[in-house]
Write a protein that binds this ligand. Structure first.
Ligand SMILES: [Fe+2]
Ligand SMILES: [Fe+2]
Length: 207
């Protein structure tokens, strides 16, 4: 769906504004020094952009939510503070409540209902990007592009593999988004493959 390039000024719905990609990246990098966490943001951004294109939604806005969703995790690494204490920092900058709500909704412990396609997509891709990256790194070629739904699901059955990632959350997220799980894996992996260099997942040659 062709979309005219446009600025992202104040959102008439709530008086807030949407940062462009450059501003979101600068803010995220100001708060996040870990390469792994920065890469997580970029992976989620890529996956959300892919879903925005698929659903005919605003790719720039969805991407910005991906870049910012864990921006406060280094300063607030516990459930008592992340992501809720990040919200005032975003409000101070005048950001849209739609953006802030989407970020808050990715945290299960806050119990915020995910009602918009953006919120459902963020939740659905958040853990899947990390798991897909882990599956890529145990491949001989270490390339994200080679990760298939079959190998992804095989690793899900291996309880010791990436044990911190909730299998249920991944399955439930895709279901709530309304996308069959295999297709969901393919969309996320395809999106990550498009930015594989930045994610450090291009494969051996890219190391
Ligand atoms: Fe988070
Ligand atoms: Fe995340």
């Amino acid at each position: 769906m062709a979309q005219v390039e446009r600025e992202h000024p104040a959102d008439p719905a709530d008086g807030g504004r949407w940062p462009d990609r450059g501003e979101a990246l600068a803010l995220m990098q100001e708060y996040v020094s870990s390469l792994g966490l920065r890469r997580h943001m970029l992976a989620v951004e890529a996956a959300l952009r892919a879903y925005a294109r698929r659903f005919g939604e605003d790719e720039e806005r969805w991407g910005v939510v991906g870049i910012l969703h864990d921006f406060d995790y280094e300063i607030h690494p516990t459930l008592e503070h992340h992501p809720q204490d990040g919200a005032p920092i975003l409000r101070e900058r005048g950001y849209s409540e739609e953006l802030i709500h989407a970020i808050l909704s990715h945290a299960d412990h806050l119990g915020i209902a995910r009602t918009t396609p953006l919120e459902k997509a963020l939740y659905a891709v958040d853990e899947v990007t990390g798991f897909a990256g882990a599956v890529a790194l145990v491949r001989p070629d270490k390339a994200i592009a080679g990760v298939q739904p079959s190998s992804f699901k095989k690793k899900m059955k291996d309880k010791a593999f990436a044990r911190a990632v909730s299998r249920e959350e991944m399955l439930h997220g895709a279901e709530a988004l309304g996308v069959p799980f295999d297709e969901h894996i393919q969309i996320v992996v395809g999106a990550m493959a498009g930015v594989a260099d930045e994610l450090g997942l291009a494969g051996r040659q890219g190391e």
